[in-house]
Design a protein around this ligand. Structure first.
Ligand SMILES: Cc1ncc(COP(=O)(O)O)c(C=O)c1O
Length: 382
């Protein structure tokens, strides 16, 4: 068996025991509370990981891109797909239509009339109907309809006969602005209240939602207990990360499944042993810092060694409190934001303990598919 310390660096690693634990525990928690878990697939973009989620009970997914949806369908992993963001590009709408023709339930999210009209016209030409949820703005202020205006909005959309209303969906993106678990709890409660207001607004106009869903890992532990939701769409819970552990309290550092294996390439003379350089850069590490934490990541083996600066191919660690680190050593970084780290990889290495067990392709990554699958098909069919 190959030990990951014998692999070339930098490499993204996933601890399979932790990954499986996170997936199973969340699935059980959802089931126990009567919630349907449709994980956000953009976190892993990997059919290998989606398979584990299906095995744990997921019978649907939320997708960030059409590539993600196509990969899930091509691997026969689900018949229920909700698309998180508006699809306007007609080539992409046609790709969704192809999926619907394979008997897949496609659910869109809509938050404005122009979008509804655009999609409705396109569907009309293909004599097809899509279901949709109204995207509700609960404080993220990216997409969304205000909760108290949802009923009136759905009423206005009744004229678009190729679109069928089935519910409400939101993402508590504003939870990422919280600086501690207490604030996360307040945002979760506020979101549930706003979704209840949206349901009341619907009922005023005679609409009854089949789906009332929300999804974000920081608030997940509160959302499962909230009676308003039927569906939950978290993504990051499969890996967690340093921010989830140290700021939001969604998990502990021991639950973090994704790390970057790097080599210490220099403890430069100029810094008197206070910094170390590693051979991994901006592709792996998110530069956003949330809450009170210092730096962009920390080492598993030396937890007080903090990633303080990121360049394209190398990064800098503050090792003033971890003076035993030496050049040539291989170490693992827990990053602030695992979705970002996963997104930078084309494959990740699955390990148990130090033993490498799987090479896991990030096979729904758009750049890979766009070149190999989509553009080639378009050129061939033109
Ligand atoms: C629309 C939407 N829903 C759900 C999620 C999942 O959130 P998290 O990664 O916090 O679990 C995201 C993540 O960015 C998202 O953009």
């Amino acid at each position: 068996m190959v030990n990951y310390y014998d692999m070339p660096t930098p490499l993204v690693l996933v601890d399979l025991d932790r990954l499986e634990h996170n997936i199973t525990k969340t699935a059980e928690m959802a089931e126990k509370n009567g919630k349907i878990l449709w994980p956000m697939f953009k976190t892993s973009k990997s059919s290998f990981i989606a398979k584990l989620q299906v095995k744990a009970g997921a019978d649907g997914f939320l997708c960030g891109t059409i590539d993600e949806a196509e990969v899930l369908v091509n691997h026969n992993l689900t018949k229920n797909i909700m698309i998180a963001y508006p699809v306007v590009d007609k080539v992409n709408l046609n790709r969704l239509i192809k999926l619907a023709e394979k008997d897949v339930r496609i659910i869109l999210r809509i938050d404005n009339l122009d979008l509804a009209e655009h999609i409705n016209e396109h569907l009309k030409k293909h004599e097809l109907h899509f279901e949709y949820c109204v995207k509700v703005d609960v404080g993220d202020h990216r997409f969304g309809v205000k909760p108290e205006r949802v009923g009136k909005f759905v009423k206005k959309l009744e004229k678009y006969s190729n679109l069928k209303f089935i519910g409400l969906a939101t993402h508590q993106g504003n939870a990422y602005e919280a600086s501690n678990p207490k604030e996360v709890e307040e945002i979760a409660k506020k979101t549930a209240n706003l979704m209840e207001i949206a349901v009341k607004s619907l009922r005023k106009y005679g609409f009854e939602p089949e789906i009332i869903g929300a999804g974000a890992t920081p608030t997940l532990r509160f959302d499962v207990e909230s009676p308003v939701y039927t569906h939950l769409f978290p993504g990051n819970y499969i890996y967690y990360d340093r921010t989830q552990a140290l700021v939001y309290g969604s998990a502990s550092l021991d639950n973090c499944a994704l790390t970057v294996l790097v080599t210490i390439i220099s403890i430069p003379e100029h810094a008197n042993g206070s910094i170390a350089m590693i051979n991994a850069g901006s592709r792996f590490f998110d530069k956003r810092i949330h809450g009170h934490i210092r730096g962009y990541g920390q080492l598993v083996e030396y937890p007080k060694a903090i990633l303080i600066s990121i360049s394209q191919e190398v990064s800098k660690l503050d090792i003033t409190q971890e003076r035993n680190i030496h050049v040539g050593e291989k170490v693992r970084v827990i990053t602030n934001h695992s979705c970002f780290t996963n997104d930078g990889a084309c494959f990740i290495i699955g390990h148990r303990g130090e033993h490498v067990e799987e090479i896991i392709p990030i096979d729904a990554k758009s750049e890979i598919r766009l070149e190999k699958v989509i553009l080639n098909n378009l050129l061939l069919s033109s």
